[in-house]
Ligand binder design. Structure first.
Ligand code: HMG
Ligand code: MG
Length: 296
């Protein structure tokens, strides 16, 4: 097996994690979380989202979080934006990177963004043009790549076509989301192989939720396809508000532990990361969902 020499971890806990946590996290604690994650060596930290506060109240304070954050050179703090309103807020907050999100299933697109897949792409077109003109990088998410909570199975070809469309529209990286966390290793590998028919491996990221405990196996099954970017959430925070039963993202601690064992460089200090996971679990008064975090 041959792997990318370096793996970049995109820490999504402050966004994908906290957007689905019932416990309240203050702006000050969100800022502390993001700054401690940067201290631990993470270089891409999703800091929040500019979406409708009626849809996701947990992210309503994203502007305040970004305003209070001490941003470091070399660290990217992307935010999710579903439309131009979100982009306006992101530009006002002075971020260098945004992410748009689409779904490979029609039912999920409607539940998550109140529009069809085609309409979501129409909304993204001006977002991508304006973001590029402003010098921002844009990441693209595809949700439901290994299954949809409403429609069940999702065809790998549908994931490939949507990923290719987002890439052609100007997204520098396409993050493939197993939103519900239902995937298994061979299905994950075949889905990624299908996407690679049209998107280069350097532009593909894995974003796997751990509902059925398969996320690490799924990541490992895809790593030797040349994938160099993995999304993860410290302490396995979160889930997705529109995917019933979905648990959090794969825990960052678990991913770092596995990659350390494989001899792959992430730049992340496991011990510092473990301490952040224990701390945020305490703040949320919930069990730490990272097995490696609990064991270490
Ligand atoms: P809509 O109701 O169809 O939108 O929602 P609208 O344009 O009719 O606007 C309705 C109201 O929302 C208006 O306010 C707008 O101003 C406001 P009102 O007049 O009623 O007071 N509004 C906004 N406010 C703040 N920021 C904005 C914004 N846009 C409109 N950007 C919309 C459509 C897309 C806005 C809504 O469905 C939405 O916000 N959805 C976001 C859902 C979300 O954040 N989901 C979680 C993130 S995706 C995810 O977790 C998956 C991922 O992790 C990958 C994976 O795991 O697969 C990325
Ligand atoms: Mg997610």
């Amino acid at each position: 097996m041959s792997f990318a020499a370096q793996i970049r971890i995109v820490e999504v806990g402050p966004r994908d994690g906290l957007q689905n946590e019932a416990g309240h996290v203050s702006v000050a604690d969100k800022i502390t979380l993001i700054e401690r994650l940067a201290d631990a060596g993470l270089r891409s930290i999703e800091a929040g989202s500019f979406v409708s506060p009626k849809w996701v109240p947990q992210m309503a304070d994203t502007a305040a979080v970004l305003a209070g954050l001490t941003r470091r050179p070399g660290v990217s703090y992307p935010v999710l934006v579903p439309n131009e309103t979100g982009l306006d807020a992101a530009l006002a907050a002075g971020v260098g990177e945004v992410a748009v999100f689409a779904a490979a299933s029609e039912s999920f697109a409607r539940k998550n963004t109140n529009c069809s897949i085609a309409a979501s792409l129409e909304r993204f077109a001006p977002v991508l043009t304006r973001a590029r003109d402003a010098g921002l990088r844009v990441r693209g998410y595809v949700s439901c790549v290994l299954g949809c909570p409403y429609e069940g199975a999702v065809a790998p070809g549908a994931v490939r076509d949507l990923a290719a469309r987002l890439y052609q529209m100007g997204c520098y990286e396409i993050s493939l989301g197993d939103t519900v966390g239902v995937g298994t290793a061979l299905a994950a590998r075949r889905m990624v192989q299908t996407v690679l028919e049209q998107v280069p491996a350097e532009a593909v990221a894995l974003h796997f939720h751990d509902t059925y405990g398969q996320a690490l196996a799924n990541i490992f099954a895809c790593l030797d396809l040349g994938i160099g970017v993995i999304d993860a959430a410290v302490a396995g925070l979160g889930g997705c508000p529109y995917a019933k039963g979905a648990s959090g993202n794969v825990a960052t601690e678990d991913v770092v532990y596995m990659l350390n064992g494989l001899g792959l460089e992430t730049g992340v200090d496991f011990g510092a990361l473990r301490d952040v996971g224990a701390w945020i679990s305490e703040i949320l008064q919930r069990p730490n969902a990272s097995r490696a975090g609990r064991a270490a």
